[in-house]
Design a protein around this ligand. Structure first.
Ligand code: FAD
Length: 319
């Protein structure tokens, strides 16, 4: 039985979620078949082949960055190859393609999955619900093929094993141009002066900071520690810090040596962007805050007390 992995790529680059999807597929101990579709994708297929038993390449300029086109290609391939599982990212692309496939082919779907457990011929999945407070197991009803989208950051690409699979080029599976949906172009965000993805130390503030007036407190701590200030999404929504400082699924993915989370609850959209940090220290007045489940060290207290105390201590240590 094969496990299909839909490979996401953009402007000639493979997206991180593609490697995470391959990692999820490898854990099922089945034949991993990656599907790479689009225009000029042979280089990408070679990179992917390192981690798959087989790569199916559907090269066609008509496919060109159009989710409807990818859906039609996958639809044809699933009907032909009948994989046991189809895995893709719970990204904006996966959220568009996977439900459409499920409806078109009448297949069960599990979305935003954090764990996949095969049991005999059946598939059980785990989803994290209520903002990360509950992990729920689901049994999927018996079917020939299951469609699963995985949450970013849950299946580490570091676990990937090398496979060096073969590449199979298939004839274009897109019979007609997609007439009702056209790709117009990418709009790149403006590159800011600060790149939080490059920082070794991130001091990150969340809604617990309470007021814009308190941001300089955290800024001073970041500066004293030789780090950079980042934040959760509400802080950007309030206009207290610019978007380039936001960590999370709709912000940046960061992997600093130290991530200090101050007054951040630990919603999965935030955690997905920072759980790859080497060391996570969280300060939160709520001992049950989900952020403590990803932190190595935690302080249960008011950040408005802890931040000045930490700044003072670091200053003392640095002399
Ligand atoms: C499509 C989508 C995309 C999203 N993308 C992102 C994203 O990229 N990044 C992101 O961060 N969020 C994102 N979110 C929002 C996310 O769901 C959460 O709402 C957000 O992360 C919560 O931010 P927070 O932890 O700062 O605030 P809250 O959830 O309000 O948590 C504040 C925390 O501060 C603590 N606190 C309060 N006062 C103090 C104090 N004085 N001292 C110590 N602790 C205190 C509280 O106990 C609480 O745990 C997204 C949501 C959606 C729907």
């Amino acid at each position: 039985m094969a496990v299909f992995v839909f490979i996401e790529h953009r402007e000639g680059k493979l997206m991180d979620i593609s490697f995470e999807s391959l990692s999820a597929a490898q854990k099922l101990n089945d034949t991993v078949v990656a599907v790479v579709a689009g225009e000029n994708v042979s280089d990408l297929a070679e990179k992917v082949a390192k981690y798959a038993d087989k790569v199916i390449v559907a090269e066609d300029p008509k496919i060109d960055t159009n989710n409807e086109a990818y859906t039609r290609v996958l639809n044809e391939l699933i009907k032909k190859e009948k994989p046991k599982v189809v895995i893709m990212g719970h990204s904006s692309m996966g959220m568009d393609i996977a439900p459409a496939l499920s409806v078109d082919l009448g297949l069960p779907i599990a979305t935003d999955v954090v764990k996949i457990n095969p049991e005999g011929g059946k598939i059980k999945v785990t989803r994290s619900i209520y903002n990360g407070k509950v992990l729920a197991d689901y049994n999927l009803k018996n079917a020939d093929t299951y469609i699963i989208t995985i949450r970013a950051g849950e299946f580490s690409a570091d676990d990937l094993k090398e496979k060096n699979g073969k590449i199979e080029i298939v004839d274009s599976l897109l019979k007609d141009e997609v007439a009702d949906k056209k790709f117009v172009g990418y709009v790149q965000p403006v590159v800011g002066a600060v790149d939080i993805t490059q920082a070794d130390i991130l001091v990150s503030v969340g809604r617990g900071i309470k007021d814009k007036e308190n941001i300089p407190l955290a800024e001073e701590l970041a500066k004293t520690m030789g780090g950079v200030l980042s934040c959760s999404r509400p802080i950007v929504d309030y206009g207290w810090l610019p978007k380039e400082r936001q960590v999370g699924t709709s912000g940046k993915t960061v992997k600093p040596k130290l991530y200090l989370a101050l007054g951040i609850s630990g919603a999965f959209q935030h955690v997905a962007g920072m759980k790859g940090a080497n060391m996570i220290v969280a300060v939160n007045k709520d001992p049950k805050a989900p952020i403590f489940s990803v932190a190595q060290y935690g302080i249960v207290d008011d950040i408005l007390k802890v931040i000045p105390a930490l700044t003072q201590k670091v200053k003392e240590i640095k002399g």
